[in-house]
Design a binder for this molecule. Structure first.
Ligand code: SF4
Ligand code: SF4
Length: 159
């Protein structure tokens, strides 16, 4: 069994428990939260190849901003209005989200066909290498359901 498969199995068994742990963390985040999460992020992502998974691209839409639309339109050599009409709709936060899931730019081998021009939210996913993790705990609890690495990071976290 690969590490990714074992993390996926662990996620299926522990996701609810890890989400409850994250709720408690929100009340009293430890001082070394960023350092510990970043250490575990590096540990897992050194060993995991996201191309074997792509669950985020298959099941979630990133929140896409105007700047992302402009970059993508330039990359695809179409007008921003055409891009929006073809691929996007607005969500309740006023962000553009993909009309369809999996992402229309995901290729069958899990590569991203617009990789160099992908939205910022795609570049940052799953956000476990960002600073101020105490402000991202609600998002991470949500991402536990999608990303086996996020679930493992928060499961391993000693607090
Ligand atoms: S869900 Fe997590 S492990 Fe899977 S491709 Fe996305 S970031 Fe990588
Ligand atoms: S644009 Fe690329 S990285 Fe972003 S969700 Fe689609 S396939 Fe994944």
């Amino acid at each position: 069994m690969t590490l990714l498969q074992s993390l996926q199995m662990r996620q299926a068994k522990t996701c609810a428990e890890v989400q409850a742990k994250l709720k408690q963390l929100k009340n009293r985040p430890p001082k070394n939260l960023d350092a510990e999460i970043h250490r575990l992020h590096d540990l897992y992502f050194k060993k995991i190849d996201c191309l074997d998974c792509a669950n985020c691209c298959k099941t979630l839409s990133p929140g896409v901003k105007d700047v992302d639309i402009s970059r993508l339109a330039r990359h695809l050599k179409i007008r921003p209005v055409q891009l929006v009409e073809q691929y996007f709709e607005l969500d309740s936060d006023g962000d553009y989200v993909f009309r369809t899931s999996p992402c229309p730019f995901l290729l069958p081998d899990n590569y991203c066909s617009v990789y160099e021009a992908r939205p910022i939210a795609c570049r940052e996913y799953p956000h476990t290498d960002r600073r101020r993790q105490e402000q991202l705990l609600t998002l991470s609890a949500k991402n536990c359901k999608t990303c086996p690495v996020v679930c493992a990071i928060f499961s391993d976290l000693k607090v």
